[in-house]
Design a binder for this molecule. Structure first.
Ligand code: HEM
Length: 408
């Protein structure tokens, strides 16, 4: 029962969104200048160092040493028992890992619990849109972010996308829960573990001949990369909701932004790179996200895998065209063509015709002609995504430090 309701919450609450964090990368980045000013950040000031040259040294030192001394399995086993924000760290952790985690679990001084509370309320009211957008906008967009695509593809989890998606979905679920960052919640734990996973990936991927051949950088997952993915999640979702004319109050928008600001901080992003407002987020995204979107062989393959995850259930008869059509609708023809997504003669026009009135009707609580079919279509879309991505996940989902790369 417990697990059932958790799954339901995942469906309704936007766990799908975590797909956006799947990390799929962009073309060899033409090195445009980093000009976004730290004056627009939550810190309000900073050195202005190009975040493409900044990683996470404090964590990287400890996790590299942990991997080198071969102690990861034992740490992962202990970490499985650490699940809630206010829980003590398990005893038996190596001293350097414990010290690191005690520091990493601290919330920023500027955290505002009232805003987090309001963000939860917003998520409850807007869960449908958030879930669909995290999956179909952020998740699919991650396949045309070249550095993320390559990192995901050649890392250990790249060989088992279902498992990887369920773990990533955990973050998308946890951020939308009532006590995300409060005692009893799980988001602090999820972020600290994810920060350590990213750190391990920085150590491991440079040892992958395949990644080295494909990637333009020496060390993956810089602070800039994390903000690119952050924009593919938070900024893209907010922009799409506005484009779809979903009424969102200023307070709701600010609260939702706050939950993502805290998340960026907890993932190790320096405050000087975290936008203080949606206006600043849009400006930063224009600089770091929009220009780098591009297809890669790895991203195309990941997109294909994502769209075909339902094949075991329905032979991809319904799920693939439906998900493909919604991807085309959400991300546009350019991205859909990059990903070799077919134009769907039935679902494509249906979504174009009925999605806007569906939203309008939902917002005004109206029924409209054809609403039964339309509700079915969109319910089915959500059901498919959740079934496909989460049905085979192991519960409880445990985010673990990888010890190798994608087996070749
Ligand atoms: C792992 C979220 C940015 C690449 C994870 C996990 C989560 C996550 C929850 C743990 C799931 C797992 O172990 O499979 C996020 C979020 C990001 C972000 C919320 C930004 C806001 C990035 C970026 C990259 C990246 C920028 C690459 C450029 C990876 C890789 C893994 C991972 C390779 C490990 C996969 C493996 O297990 O082998 N991320 N991520 N992530 N992430 Fe991220």
């Amino acid at each position: 029962m417990e697990e059932l309701s958790r799954r339901k919450a995942l469906v309704a609450g936007g766990a799908l969104g975590a797909l956006g964090a799947l990390g799929v990368a962009a073309p060899a980045q033409a090195k445009a200048l980093w000009t976004w000013s730290p004056a627009g950040s939550v810190a309000g000031a900073g050195a202005g160092t190009d975040p493409r040259t900044v990683w996470d040294p404090q964590v990287d030192r400890v996790i590299s040493a942990l991997l080198d001394r071969g102690d990861v399995s034992r740490v992962n086993e202990l970490l499985r028992t650490w699940t809630t924000n206010d829980q003590q760290l398990p005893s038996g952790l190596p001293a350097d890992v414990r010290e690191l985690m005690e520091s990493a679990r601290r919330l920023p001084s500027w955290v505002d619990h009232d805003k987090l509370e309001q963000s939860f309320d917003f998520t409850k009211r807007r869960g449908l849109y958030l879930g669909v957008l995290y999956a179909m906008a952020s998740g699919m967009m991650s396949t045309v972010i070249p550095k993320e695509a390559r990192a995901v593809y050649y890392s250990y989890g790249g060989a088992n996308m279902k498992d990887r998606i369920s773990k990533t979905a955990k973050l998308g679920y946890d951020i939308g829960t009532r006590d995300a960052y409060a005692p009893g919640g799980e988001m602090t734990v999820t972020c600290v573990k994810t920060r350590m996973v990213h750190s391990a990936v920085r150590h491991l991927l440079p040892q992958s001949p395949q990644w080295n051949q494909a990637a333009p950088e020496d060390v993956p997952i810089s602070q800039a990369d994390i903000m690119v993915t952050w924009h593919s999640l938070a900024t893209t979702v907010m922009q799409k909701m506005r484009e779809w004319e979903i009424p969102i109050s200023d307070d709701d928008a600010e609260a939702y932004l706050h939950s993502w600001q805290v998340t960026a901080h907890m993932l190790g992003v320096r405050d000087e790179y975290i936008p203080a407002s949606w206006h600043e987020a849009d400006r930063q995204a224009e600089q770091v996200l929009d220009p780098i979107l591009s297809p890669t062989p790895e991203g195309r393959d990941l997109a294909r895998i994502l769209l075909e995850l339902g094949s075991e259930l329905d032979g991809s008869v319904l799920s693939k065209p439906l998900l493909g059509a919604f991807t085309r609708y959400t991300l546009g023809d350019r991205v859909a063509d990059w990903l070799d997504i077919d134009r769907e003669p039935v679902f494509g026009p249906m979504i174009e015709t009925f999605w806007p009135p569906f939203i309008a009707a939902r917002e005004f609580g109206l029924n409209f002609p054809g609403s039964d079919e339309t509700y079915w279509l969109f319910d089915e879309l959500i059901r498919q995504v959740v079934l496909l991505y989460l049905s085979e996940a192991d519960y409880p989902i445990s985010i673990e430090i990888p010890q190798g790369n994608r087996p070749s």
